[in-house]
Design a protein around this ligand. Structure first.
Ligand code: GLN
Length: 293
């Protein structure tokens, strides 16, 4: 790709490269997206400027991106971001790419808290924050809340803090590195809301996931132990060890985990509800620990 050519030619070539190299499913769309991101054009601009020259100094980068995509790497890691709850989050292979289903977790937390808490300045802990999508979104949607974000991975926390800084809420969030609720220690008693999208895929199933998840997303964020329930079990047992502590607990779950996680939460909550995602699959479990007023 050395002589000068147009965006249209670059687009056609990129699309046929993807088609011929194992990424045929959305080749046109993906070729367009990669080129638009490289040259910095939105969709409308792109189709209006198809006859413009493709900048020669971007050709090597485009080739690299196309090779990575053909090898199965998620587009989000290649371009470095994913939209979540209407905002753009930086992502790297250190973090799970935020999923649209997790937006329902945000809605569940906001709705449930709005219905039952009298006070405004709630203390919220997000366990396994990853890209920070949950903690940063809640900090922005609820500026009066005090967020704590925990992750076992230092490199995930770096990504999350970068996202928080981008939206000006880095100081509003307390950042802790460690395993599930462990870093909170006795402070668990002072928390009002626990929210988490923990790893919940059974260890064996991780190897059966589609290639772009299995080979590129961090297994630390996916692998929930033998039956996928280990993180819930351990968080619930931490909750069982304190009298006070989170009154509202919102977990994202795998589609077949509704009953098991509801049962687990039932050990520490008086009220447990399983909510479905847009595909009608169990996706969120909400627990209330005692009457709140
Ligand atoms: N929803 C993710 C997936 O299907 C898994 C997320 C998780 O384990 N928390 O890949």
């Amino acid at each position: 790709m050395h002589r000068e050519y147009t965006l249209r030619e670059a687009y056609r070539r990129a699309s046929s490269f993807l088609q011929d190299n194992g990424a045929e499913e959305n080749a046109n769309f993906e070729a367009e997206l990669l080129i638009r991101r490289l040259v910095g054009l939105d969709r409308t601009q792109f189709f209006m400027h198809l006859s413009d020259p493709f900048p020669a100094d971007l050709a090597t980068k485009l080739e690299e991106w196309l090779r990575r995509r053909a090898a199965g790497e998620p587009l989000q890691y290649i371009v470095g971001d994913q939209e979540f709850y209407g905002r753009v989050f930086h992502v790297s292979p250190a973090v799970l790419i935020p999923r649209p289903e997790t937006e329902l977790l945000i809605e569940a937390v906001i709705d449930e808290a709005g219905r039952r808490f009298a006070e405004d300045a709630l203390r919220v802990v997000d366990v396994g924050t990853g890209s920070g999508a949950i903690a940063v979104t809640l900090a922005l949607e609820k500026p009066q809340w005090h967020l704590t974000a925990i992750d076992l991975s230092a490199s995930a926390l770096e990504v999350a803090q970068m996202n928080a800084a981008r939206y000006g809420v880095r100081e509003q969030i307390c950042w802790l590195q460690g395993d599930l609720l462990a870093p909170v220690g006795a402070g668990l008693s002072d928390i009002d809301i626990l929210v988490s999208n923990p790893p919940y895929i059974p260890s064996q199933t991780v190897y059966e996931l589609e290639r772009q998840v299995r080979d590129f997303e961090p297994h630390l964020a996916l692998d929930g132990g033998d039956d996928g329930l280990s993180p819930y079990r351990r968080m619930v047992s931490a909750l069982a060890s304190v009298k006070a502590g989170p009154k509202l607990i919102c977990f994202e779950i795998g589609a077949d985990q509704g009953r098991a996680v509801a049962e687990l939460l039932g050990n520490v909550c008086q009220e447990v509800t399983v909510k479905q995602d847009l595909a009608g699959l169990d996706r969120i479990v909400v627990g209330w620990r005692s009457a709140v007023g």
